[in-house]
Design a protein around this ligand. Sequence first.
Ligand SMILES: [Cu+2]
Length: 448
Amino acid sequence: MAEAGHRMCQESLPVLAHIWLVYNATVHGSHTAVFLFNLSTALQRREETMTTHHARSLCLLFFLSAFVILVGDGRAAAQGTAMKMNNSDPSDSTGQTRTYYIAADEVTWDYVPGGVDGLTGKPFRSVSLFAGGPSPDAKPVEKPVSTSYVKALYREYTDSTFRTLKPRPAEWEHLGFMGPLIRAEVGDTIHVTFRNNGSEPYSMHPHGVFYNKDSEGAPYDDGTSGADKADDAVPPGGTHEYIWQVPERAGPAPGDVNSVMWMYHSHADEYRDLNTGLLGPIIITARGQSKPDGSPKGVDREFVLWFAQVHEEDSWYVKRNLPTVEKDRAIPSLPTSASTGAVYPYFVTFSINGFSHSSMPLRALTMHKGEHVRWYLFSGSNDFDFHSPHWHGNTVVINQMRTDVTFMAPMQMVTADMAPDDPGIWLLHCHVSFHNAAGMNARYVVTP
Ligand SMILES: [Cu+2]
């Protein structure tokens, strides 16, 4: 038995040794390769020169060396993976400090600014059906309704006095009712001074970046107390400084393109705060991959789109916006004559960044043929915030795969790269037909 095993070892060793030689020459370089080459040569000459004792020693030596090298490789690989995938050492933040002054302000937002349906080019008919009387058999009546609501939105200021709003750059006009873009590169630190100008407690809770318990922006029993609770729900009139670090694990992983998008949102009362309008985007570029303006190298244009249904009846400002919502008994509206089973009254809005019915200005989604355009998409947080963004006219690459439709579960994020090659005015809409009919669409422009 031992002799048979020994013979098998002797016969297969030259082949194994050669495979091993090639692997190690590639991975470990010349020293290991030379050693294994000598070993392999010795094994090939086994018939002429080797005694059983020699062969046994070489066999043992071969497997020992293989074991030592493989264990070494495994440990190095594990360490490498850990560094790439889970480097959350905040002391790694040796880059820039990115400072932002952001307030939660109470402002009025119109879901159809300009009052024109961009798909038809005609004035948008903002009406809803209401119960015609106390009897369930009463004929419903149609009444005009407003597309404007008081909301709390994040807005950027120039400094800690919060006196001067920072103008939103033209290329970010498309953000609509979302808060300002927060940018950073791996290695940076983000400082946000947050002022709550609203009438309810609000916070800033980021996704993806590294934070300590005093910068998480969410109240729950996490075993902390004192200063670590000051971030949870900043009272009306209060201010809090959130510090978020940007280690490797907050940036692109090996399968990503050279930037990733996260969101920040209020999490004092997650359900109401999001329907009130408090959210915004964060874009992180890989280390060394930012242009001077912070945008990722090789990308000409970026767009962030939030596909969301917003339940205005769950906003903190429902009483101001819809003072008679229950008394009025709005009937769930059918977006088209063909749709059935409507479950949403008019104050559940379907929009992209707060723009319904293609009311987003065309200039805000304009790009040139041949540019490298990066789309960051994410979804709302309500029960049926499942969306299927679809681009007409051009295709995108997502996770190295080609498509023109993608899919998002609530608050899911997707990055899509496009090289537009087809000039025109193109539809970009949620492919859930009900959502599209209810207004979840926009148009983008590719210039020649
Ligand atoms: Cu949808």
